[in-house]
Design a protein around this ligand. Structure first.
Ligand code: SF4
Length: 307
């Protein structure tokens, strides 16, 4: 990844690189700092400075403009675009912001050639994807798979399936801002086109498994609490909306919800999708909308029983 970063810096004529890591990942931060020190000591960096920066632990700092704000030492909030990062990014200078997965693959492509890279995985989206397995799964691991591997290869091959002999109910694919897929969709390859064709999203490569005993409403409540905590507070629809979502989800999860609450959440989803400033708020109810479509019976089971 450091080599890819240096190649990227050379390509755009930059002398300053930053690797931004969420503050909680102390081991990664210390390993990266050590790797950068070793590269510098061996004279591999030339006059390019690489700094490993520990963020304060904000989900929204996965957004490019919020990272740049955080690097400048101000609040990690997204900026209004335009201008784009390529025009005015860090300290108002043109800035390239990329995921580490992208930088890590650059040296391999340069060493082995584009044809070699093009021969790995799916034809239209060649290469590999990091997938991170969590939830009700035997092996909670992070694996790198070619893009023609299927979700079944990932979940059953690497994850070793669901513990306790239980059946898989669903996967939340791509992270908490994404929707769910059902077990009958497990034979879908993990390239962007195929995943999109089943109405899902690959997102960050996160794969969260739910076993058959779960009610999806309980999972949605946890997601809602996460969004309320992570909302940076810059814009009203997200700051207020994420609080209202938690209230409604708490009511539903406690078996006290009504059909009217579900309708309210649906209208909130449309409103937040249109009016929130950044993708965090815009996608705060994506998982809810997906769950409502795929598992209406879970919501039905949680509605208040009228006396
Ligand atoms: S949508 Fe949420 S996270 Fe994004 S700017 Fe608005 S308050 Fe901040």
């Amino acid at each position: 990844m450091i080599e890819g970063l240096l190649i990227g810096a050379y390509a755009v004529g930059s002398k300053e690189c930053f690797i931004y890591v969420r503050g909680e990942y102390e081991t990664s931060i210390s390993l990266l700092r050590n790797a950068v020190k070793q590269a510098e000591e061996r004279g591999l960096c030339g006059d390019v400075k690489i700094k490993v920066v520990s963020g304060a632990g904000a989900y929204v700092c996965g957004e490019g403009t919020a990272i740049v704000n955080s690097l400048e030492g101000v609040r990690g909030e997204p900026r209004l675009k335009p201008p784009s990062m390529a025009v005015a990014g860090l300290h108002q200078k043109p800035t390239v912001v990329n995921n580490v997965e992208t930088f890590a693959v650059i040296p391999e492509i340069i060493n082995k050639g584009a044809d070699w890279f093009g021969s790995i995985g799916a034809e239209k989206f060649p290469g590999t994807k990091l997938m991170c397995l969590s939830g009700d799964i035997c092996n909670k691991v992070c694996v790198e798979v070619p893009t023609d591997a299927t979700l079944r290869d990932v979940v059953e091959g690497f994850g070793d399936g669901v513990p306790g002999g239980k059946k898989l109910k669903a996967l939340q694919l791509g992270g908490s801002s994404c929707g769910f897929v059902k077990p009958e969709q497990l034979d879908t390859p993990v390239d962007f086109d195929s995943i999109r064709s089943i109405g899902a999203s690959l997102g960050s490569g996160a794969v969260y498994a739910l076993d058959e005993t779960r009610n999806v409403v309980d999972i949605l409540l946890e997601i809602a609490k996460f969004y309320k905590h992570e909302s940076c507070g810059k814009c009203t629809p997200c700051r207020e909306g994420t609080m209202r979502i938690v209230e409604l989800m708490e009511k539903l999860a406690a078996g006290q919800g009504t059909k009217g609450d579900i309708e309210l959440l649906k209208s909130l989803a449309g409103y937040m999708q249109k009016s929130c400033f950044c993708p965090l708020g815009q996608s705060a109810l994506t998982a809810f909308m997906s769950a409502l479509k795929l598992f209406p019976e879970d919501f039905e089971a949680k509605l208040r029983k009228e006396a």
